[in-house]
Each structure stands twice: as structure tokens, then as C-alpha cells.
Design a protein around this ligand. Structure first.
Ligand code: MD5
Ligand code: FE
Length: 199
């Protein structure tokens, strides 16, 4: 079933539940080529979530800033291609949410260990904000913080479990958001796939 959180922000509960084991296996394969690593922010902080990418562009951060890059700075290799399973899932979810022409060229893979979090931020390194972001939750549950257009705006707390897919478009594309510290559970990690049209 689908739930609208705000204009443009749609939750597809369990949309990826059946695909979850295959998605996790794919993450494992992709990150043998492009390993998970904790990146450094321009301010010099080591991010709490470990990240990797697939697709023609990958999101990276280091002391020089946030950007999309064609190559993995850790290995010098191009990011691994986006698997068809990923591309089709992202496209179908965007379609369900009213974005029929979404084609992702970047998939950021986030891995949260117990205690990892992501502080409030906006996603604004992409070229075209008319394209949505599709995010897929796997593994341990999380509490997602869904804020407003300003950092100081109140946040809604949205529980997310394995297989939940969110589509963030329209007026919600640039909202502040974050992930609260992950609690211990029956698995080791929370994974999130974040699909974007970056270029
Ligand atoms: C996560 N990742 O759960 C989230 C899922 C990131 C990140 O935030 O930047 O890697 S994407 C959530 C998102 C994207 C765009 C807009 C909004 C949320 N929003 O309006 O709340 O690891
Ligand atoms: Fe984000």
C-alpha cells in the first residue's frame, strides 16, 4: 500500500520486500569490487555510515567537497554498472509515485552499523531537482527524520523497515532529512539504496 507523507513524498510499504534477499546479495557482490568505506566530509568529519556506489556516477565526499564522480576514488576503477534488478525496481517505484520517466544514473549504497546515523541535510548535488530520489530500506529498521525546507523546521519521525521504498519528488525533493542512530536487532546492518538522476 502507498502512503503520502507530504506533497511529492510517497511511502511504498514493502514494495521491495520480495526482492530484498536478491538486493542484499547484489550489494554484497557490488561491494567486492567497490568496497564500503567511511568517507570524510569537507569539514573533516568521518561519516558514520559506510558508502559505495553503482551506476555511471557515484556520490563522493572528501576534504574538497561533495560531488558525483565517474570513478571510485578508492580503487581508481569506474563504479560497477547498475544491475538491472536495481534499475527496474527504482523505475517501477518512481512510476507508482507518479514519476513515469525516472531513469537513475547513480545508486548510492549506504551501510549503517548499530549506532550509525545520518544528520539532517539536503540532497542538492544533483543537476535536475525535477527528478525524484528513490530510496530502498533493507536489513535493520530505522527511524527516518523528515523535516522541512529549513534545517530548523520540525521533523516527522517515520519508522522504516526492510522492503519499504520511499520516493521523494516535487516539493519534497529538497527537504531536510536524516536517519536516527540505528538500534541493535536481529541483523548486523541497515542498508539503504538511494537512486538518483545525478547527471
Ligand atoms: C537513508 N539516505 O536512509 C537516506 C535515504 C542520503 C540519504 O539521505 O543522502 O544518502 S534518501 C532520503 C531522502 C532523499 C531526498 C529527499 C528526502 C529524503 N526528503 O525530502 O526527506 O540512508
Ligand atoms: Fe539524503
Amino acid at each position: 500500500w502507498t502512503q503520502t507523507l507530504a506533497p511529492g513524498a510517497v511511502v511504498l510499504r514493502g514494495f521491495a520486500a520480495e526482492s530484498a534477499p536478491a538486493l542484499m546479495q547484489m550489494i554484497d557482490q557490488l561491494t567486492r569490487v567497490a568496497p564500503f568505506r567511511q568517507m570524510t566530509t569537507p569539514g573533516g568529519f568521518v561519516m558514520s555510515a559506510a558508502m559505495s556506489n553503482c551506476g555511471s556516477l557515484g556520490w563522493v565526499t572528501d576534504v574538497q567537497g561533495y560531488r558525483y564522480a565517474r570513478h571510485d576514488p578508492l580503487t581508481g576503477l569506474p563504479w560497477p554498472a547498475m544491475p538491472l534488478l536495481f534499475a527496474q525496481l527504482a523505475q517501477q517505484a518512481a512510476y507508482e509515485a507518479g514519476f513515469p520517466d525516472f531513469v537513475a544514473d547513480a545508486c548510492l549504497m549506504n551501510r549503517y552499523a548499530v549506532g550509525s546515523r545520518m544528520s539532517l541535510h539536503q540532497d542538492k548535488n544533483e543537476r535536475d531537482f525535477s527528478q525524484p530520489i528513490v530510496s530502498v530500506s533493507l536489513g535493520l529498521p530505522a527511524i527516518f527524520q523528515f523535516g522541512g525546507m529549513q534545517r530548523s523546521d520540525a521533523v516527522q519521525r517515520i519508522p522504516l523497515t526492510q522492503g519499504d521504498v520511499l520516493v521523494w519528488g516535487g516539493p519534497s525533493r529538497l527537504r531536510f532529512h536524516g536517519v536516527q542512530a540505528i538500534k541493535a536487532g536481529t541483523e548486523d546492518y541497515r542498508f539503504n539504496l538511494t537512486f538518483r538522476k545525478a547527471g
